[in-house]
Design a binder for this molecule. Structure first.
Ligand SMILES: Cc1ncc(COP(=O)(O)O)c(C=O)c1O
Length: 320
């Protein structure tokens, strides 16, 4: 049977119009998405606040969800308004104070040719309590493996869409990074600049300027990234959006990942394997410890998502 061992506090998920016990599985093995990755997903977090659980930037996540579906020519059977209510009901049903929320739209059971002409589009929503994505040590700094392989390129598909099949590269490279003794992978793009992590954007801080890149560098412009750019400006930190070379990254005073799952993870150590003709090389970023600016951003973000800063309450959707 299916246990919820790695899905703490998950009791029931929502699928095909109703709740199902977590241990119950009702998807046919010939489901189209299972064979070709024809699904789109979101990763959303809800946080515990003084007014009960609140979902962070739900509107933006669901708008991206619908955009992802449109790139796969999927017609969502539910509107953003309806999915908002379904998500709230999943959090309530599972009695969660804080949650990672996973909506998935996928081509279901019908035919198995590449064109899913007889496959209905189904929606599934699950939620559970998910701690630090890169492990509890993430706050003391992670080690990244700069891959010899390049990130899929923005000329190949719409990088603002979260398509299941595209994440195969993220899984493969995430596994390789861990095999190499690192906590996470870091992609360069075809232009040999720093792109992003398998599920995270990257920021570097050097000479008083906080920098990140954008879609022209083959990255998904994350919702956390956008939020942090606004938070940083509000804190009076100079920000700049431009390509980040590998040298910029290696010589940065500080660096960190951002993303819904990983939240903010300081990057303190590196194994550079980006050039197959050069031996892999270990180094540290800045002092080798999470920097002051990173900690300031991390703490402000933590307060922001928990409803402790009035001006960012605009980003919260309270569940009750
Ligand atoms: C490839 C990739 N880059 C960046 C991000 C960060 O995006 P967000 O902050 O919206 O979670 C994600 C996570 O969704 C991702 O999968």
């Amino acid at each position: 049977m299916f246990t919820n061992k790695d899905f703490p506090k998950a009791k029931e998920y929502w699928f095909m119009g109703k709740f199902h016990d977590w241990s119950e599985a009702i998807i046919h093995p010939m489901t189209h998405a299972l064979h070709y990755g024809n699904s789109v997903f979101e990763g959303i977090r809800a946080y515990k606040t003084a007014k009960g659980p609140a979902v962070f930037r739900l509107k933006e996540h669901l708008e991206r969800f619908m955009h992802s579906a449109s790139t796969l020519k999927m017609k969502s059977p539910y509107s953003i308004k309806e999915i908002t209510e379904i998500i709230k009901s999943v959090i309530k049903k599972n009695n969660l104070e804080a949650a990672y929320i996973r909506p998935l739209l996928f081509y279901s059971y019908g035919n198995l040719g590449l064109i899913p002409k007889a496959c209905p589009v189904e929606l599934l929503v699950g939620a559970w309590e998910w701690g630090a994505y890169l492990g509890e040590n993430a706050l003391t700094g992670v080690k990244v493996y700069i891959l010899p392989w390049r990130r899929v390129h923005h000329s190949q598909y719409d990088m603002s869409a979260k398509l299941g099949g595209i994440y195969v590269q993220s899984t493969i490279c995430g596994l390789i990074a861990r095999e190499k003794g690192c906590d996470e992978a870091l992609f360069l793009n075809l232009e040999k600049n720093v792109a992003e992590g398998p599920g995270e954007n990257i920021f570097i801080y050097k000479d008083g300027i906080l920098k990140t890149n954008d879609r022209s560098e083959s990255v998904l412009e994350g919702i956390t990234r956008t939020s942090l750019l606004e938070i940083a400006e509000d804190l009076g930190i100079k920000t700049r959006i431009e390509p980040i070379t590998k040298q910029d990254f290696l010589e940065a005073d500080e660096a960190f990942f951002s993303g819904t799952a990983a939240e903010i993870a300081p990057i303190t150590r590196v194994k550079d394997a980006s050039d197959k003709n050069v031996p892999e090389k270990d180094s540290v970023i800045g002092s080798g410890k999470p920097g002051e600016l990173t900690i300031k951003i991390l703490e402000t973000y933590a307060d922001c998502v928990r409803g402790k800063i009035k001006k960012y309450e605009k980003w919260l959707t309270y569940v009750y």
